[in-house]
Design a protein around this ligand. Sequence first.
Ligand SMILES: Nc1ncnc2c1ncn2[C@@H]1O[C@H](COP(=O)(O)OP(=O)(O)OP(=O)(O)O)[C@@H](O)[C@H]1O
Ligand SMILES: [Mg+2]
Length: 508
Amino acid sequence: MTDKEIILRLYGKISPYRSKLIIAMVAMIFVAAFTGAQAYLVKDLLDKIFMEKNLFFLKLLPVIVVVVFFLKGIAYYIYTYLLEQVGQSVIRDFRQEIFNHIQEQSLSFFTSMPTGTLMSRIISDVTLMQSAVSNALVAVVRDFFQVVILLGLVFYMNWKLAMFSFIVLPVAVYPIVKFGRIFRKLSTATQEETANVSNILHETITGNRIVKAFCKEQYEGQRFWDRVSTLYSITIKAAKYRCMQHPLMEYIGGVAIALIIWFGGRDVIEGNSTPGTFFAFLTALIAAYDPVKGVTRINATIQQGLAAATRVFELLDTEPEIQDKENARELPEFSSLIEFKNLSFSYDNKVQVLHKINLKVPAGEALAIVGPSGGGKTTLTNLIPRFLDISDGNIFIDDIDIRNVTLKSLRNQVAMVTQQTILFNDTVRNNIAYGDQEATDEEIRDAASAAHALGFIEDLPDGFDTSIGEGGARLSGGQRQRLSIARAILKNAPILILDEATSDLDTE
Ligand SMILES: Nc1ncnc2c1ncn2[C@@H]1O[C@H](COP(=O)(O)OP(=O)(O)OP(=O)(O)O)[C@@H](O)[C@H]1O
Ligand SMILES: [Mg+2]
């Protein structure tokens, strides 16, 4: 992706907020104009008040100063606030888009992408993009006008002197370009390392019980230290250049000022110029140089943002492996037969996990599949709702190939209890009613009762309103499994898949 493509795509995300942006830009132009006015006032202050001792100007100038600063403050407030609003809106939209996009991905996507990496995309990459966008806008609009207005003023007051101060400009451009490249490279490394840190965090926090049981606290601590140390060295490398750029740019500015004192001071002494013009010139030039100095910093932010945007867009461009066919139709309510025909499946296109399976399951019948660990039972069940796609052969539901129907209509007909129980950090009621938020209390009770869960739920402190903790951490393994069975029962789908659904239950 080229920078231009990235910027165009970013613009697409910002364009809904165009009207706010335009107001912000107008306010920025005002800020730039008032900054120019401030510099110009120095001329009158020195020439009219100090040199001519003009009493009328003594009364007028303070009033003008108060008004100019006031208006500049208002304009500044308007543009910073609006920019923040637009930036935060863009962040919000991006997060939602990435979230929705991730949810559409197939199972294989999640087996290859660690949780921490995905989280760092949604949380920190998006933030970097936002700060790049708002910084770029300020640089392009406010700073641009500020430089134009102030330089206009500088040339108007003394064009020869203005030319001299430009001698140093090429010197200032070099660090801007050079540092920008370094920042972009380091930003990518920083974000990748941040993702690694999140991954370790996620793993050790959720797997805390095992860390404890094996007394691996120190080992995990060391693993974490390695990662944060790597992150530290990358960040420090970036800081080395970041901290260098300000004094460097300041120094280049100092050289320019020295030139001006040398040539401009001579003009004043020889009577070719007034002290007022000289100081106003100097003030305007310093103010004009300010944005130029800021360009290195803003460029760093923009480079980081572009690097982050590349990663985010890459993620957004990942097509889900399993999607509806173009003319996929709705699967009618299952009524007669599920048929596996010469079905083969492989995860890696090398080893066949399932080989030429032929199987018929009539409606209303329960089929149990028994086999050794790793035999392919879970894999087989995952093929029915198309969590995985068949490598060879077919699955028919009532003579319709499941690859010809919409994923939604297919999955609506399947209720599943997975081998690993997955529950959400919510109440018992909401967990059972996950597939049908409209379910009545009566229906939820019946489902719980059918799953033999009613007894323990009623013993919980708040009954159905008890919060069960992350992944159901506050329940026993068997209780968790009963809840997930109740959830599947409530969905009341024509096809019920139970993958070792009773492994945690007592024989009774
Ligand atoms: N996401 C995956 N990527 C690659 N290989 C996988 C993946 N999931 C499972 N496998 C492999 O596929 C084979 C079948 O696994 P599966 O989970 O279907 O077995 P199972 O019969 O359900 O076993 P169990 O009784 O232990 O639950 C195993 O050899 C496993 O290593
Ligand atoms: Mg299994």
